[in-house]
Design a protein around this ligand. Structure first.
Ligand SMILES: C[S@@+](CC[C@H](N)C(=O)[O-])C[C@H]1O[C@@H](n2cnc3c(N)ncnc32)[C@H](O)[C@@H]1O
Length: 302
């Protein structure tokens, strides 16, 4: 797989990308909230920010293949304006408004502490990739009518922030959880596809694509973050740094031992591939519910 990093302003760098050449765009632009990104500051006037959004989204639309998908992270202040651009100005197809929910974050003393950010998912036309089987989450019961391959994860996704105590935490103020980006990449692209992240930051998208067998391209304005990204891509891979807490959920009615053992092996393959660091919690959960321990097996990749 190739990971290509371009240093500079996304608006200029888009010119290097051919029309209809990208399968998936994952964009996490500055939200215009005044974050300090080192050499660039995330606070401009309202109209200037909307103009900037119009420009980069137009380029994103140009480079996407006809069956391509875009995910855009955004805070509440500007999300409706971005929706309007994607829907009305670019004529893209709305698919999902995803809420990224987290339990810890900034505290407010007058008003309610924010505990979500949102992600818009639009496709370029209505014939797009969506690999549901690759992103299912475990069911609570082993009933005939349930699909044991799991359920659709829905549009509220819980992932904790990458805290300073997380071994994978980089020196970047808005690093996103790898588990969250993993779900987008698995759902909306296939191995060998090309994914673009125009505001790549610490390189979360490129790292996830590297591990999932996709080509990736990242743009980033700050040379220090470009360096962080390069180092991150060269590190050994210990498993993704975050996981949906539902992934350790085990059906409560696996009374038949043979079924149970078969299910538990599948569970690791379906839900915990590339999440070696979640295995311990999973084993504890099996033990808590069924009072049996499993041999500590290494995860198979793929
Ligand atoms: C919200 S952060 C992205 C974080 C990233 N998703 C991660 O997980 O680390 C936005 C990034 O866009 C960069 N940036 C801001 N304006 C830019 C521009 N015009 N072109 C390219 N990058 C830009 C900032 O330096 C910052 O690293």
């Amino acid at each position: 797989m190739t990971e290509t990093i371009y240093k500079g302003d996304a608006l200029k760098l888009f010119k290097r990308i051919a029309d209809h050449s990208i399968d998936l765009i994952i964009a996490d632009p500055p939200y215009n909230l005044g974050k300090d990104y080192g050499n660039n500051h995330d606070l401009v006037g309202f109209h200037e920010y909307v103009r900037f959004s119009n420009k980069w989204l137009k380029e994103a639309h140009r480079v996407l293949k006809p069956g391509g998908t875009i995910y855009v992270f955004m805070g509440v202040r500007f999300i409706s304006y971005l929706y309007d651009i994607l829907d009305q100005k670019l004529g893209m197809y709305f698919n999902s408004w995803i809420t990224w929910f987290y339990t810890q974050g900034m505290g407010k003393t007058r008003g309610f502490s924010p505990r979500h950010e949102d992600i818009l998912m639009f496709t370029k036309n209505d014939n797009f990739t969506f690999n549901l089987d690759d992103i299912r989450v475990p069911q609570k019961f082993y009933r005939d009518r349930n699909n044991m391959r799991g359920a659709n994860p829905g549009n509220v996704w819980e992932f904790s922030h990458i805290h300073y105590s997380n071994k994978n935490r980089k020196n970047h103020p808005t690093q996103k959880p790898e588990g969250l980006v993993e779900r987008m990449v698995l759902a909306s692209s296939n191995p060998g596809d090309t994914i673009l992240d125009p505001f790549a930051g610490s390189g979360t998208t490129l790292r996830v694509c590297q591990q999932l067998g996709r080509h990736s391209i990242g743009f980033e304005l700050n040379p220090e973050y470009v360096q962080i990204m390069k180092e991150r891509l060269a590190e050994p891979f210990p498993g993704f740094d975050s996981i949906d807490p539902r992934m350790k959920r085990i059906p409560l009615d696996l009374s038949d031992e043979e079924y149970r053992n078969a299910y538990l092996e599948n569970h690791k393959r379906w839900f915990l591939a590339r999440h070696d660091n979640a295995l311990k919690d999973f084993h504890e959960e099996v033990n808590r519910i069924y009072g049996t321990s499993l041999p500590t097996l290494k995860l198979k990749r793929g």
